[in-house]
Ligand binder design. Structure first.
Ligand code: PGA
Length: 266
């Protein structure tokens, strides 16, 4: 359907505050056993001299998982050369110093992260993160070589009041103000708050409508825009068929390896 996009699909798992050393090991084992995501051919040291898997097809989709800070070293180890990349769920706006409890972008890079989620609605809601702070985190992440996945999305009350597009634009404004160069180095995730963890997914048409408006507002054909909010194996394909939906940020369903990989394959 539609014109094939040049934007590579991306599926990111957001484990949120879930996991344990044992549980993660089981989930990672299942993910790696069932995954046909291959190591990136761009990295010569990752070449697999395994004759049983000659010329493994390029993944049609980039895949990553974002885990709680404390488990990142465990995941970095397990996912090395797996073709599944690693991300954190938040980052400090500060580079270093007297900020007790904070973790800097360079620390995340140091430990093997390539990605970081910023501005998730749960951070905006429970930690009062403003859109200006989120934009500052984008800069901190990029400065350390991480790619930020910037979350935006309206509350149910905003949608019911016909304000969804305005709210999302307000959230995007400080990001857009960073300039086109920044905009094309980030990924956005449109996550209507009423769809997160509720089992209520936006319809593909509702999501496409907002993604189209976001792309127009950000003035970029190259920017990848993920959809998030109760994405499951059963609804992923119809969402991904939409021309401006470039993948998904997956919460609950990323804790089940089979379900997550069915979304990756959708
Ligand atoms: P959900 O979460 O898939 O469990 O709705 C998505 C998210 O919050 O990123």
């Amino acid at each position: 359907m539609g014109v094939p996009s040049l934007r590579k699909r991306l599926v990111a798992g957001n484990w949120k505050m879930n996991g344990s050393l044992d549980g993660n090991r089981r989930l990672l084992d299942e993910l790696l056993a069932q995954s046909d995501v291959q190591p990136s051919a761009a990295r010569p040291d990752a070449a697999q001299p395994n004759a049983a898997q000659p010329n493994a097809a390029r993944p049609k989709c980039e895949v990553l998982v974002c885990a709680p800070y404390v488990y990142l070293p465990q995941l970095a180890d397990a996912l090395r050369e797996s073709g599944i990349a690693l991300g954190a769920q938040d980052v400090s706006v500060h580079a270093k110093g007297a900020y007790t409890g904070e973790v800097s972008a360079s620390m995340l890079a140091d430990i093997g992260c390539q990605w970081v989620i910023v501005g998730h609605s749960e951070r905006r809601q429970y930690h009062q993160e403003s859109s200006a702070l989120v934009a500052a985190k984008v800069v901190a992440a990029l400065d350390a070589g991480l790619t930020p996945i910037v979350c935006i999305g309206e509350l149910l009350a905003d949608r019911e009041a016909g304000q969804a597009a305005c709210v999302v634009q307000d959230q995007l404004e400080p990001i857009k103000a960073l300039g086109k160069d920044v905009v094309e180095r980030i990924v956005l995730a449109y996550e209507p708050v009423w769809a997160i963890g509720t089992g209520l997914t936006a319809t593909p048409e509702q999501a496409q409508d907002m993604h189209g408006q976001i792309r127009a507002f950000m003035e970029s054909d190259r920017l990848r825009i993920l959809y998030g909010g109760s994405v499951k194996a059963d609804n992923a394909a119809e969402l991904f068929a939409m021309p401006d939906i470039d993948g998904a940020l997956v919460g609950g369903a990323s804790l089940d390896a089979r379900e997550f990989l069915r979304i990756v394959a959708a």
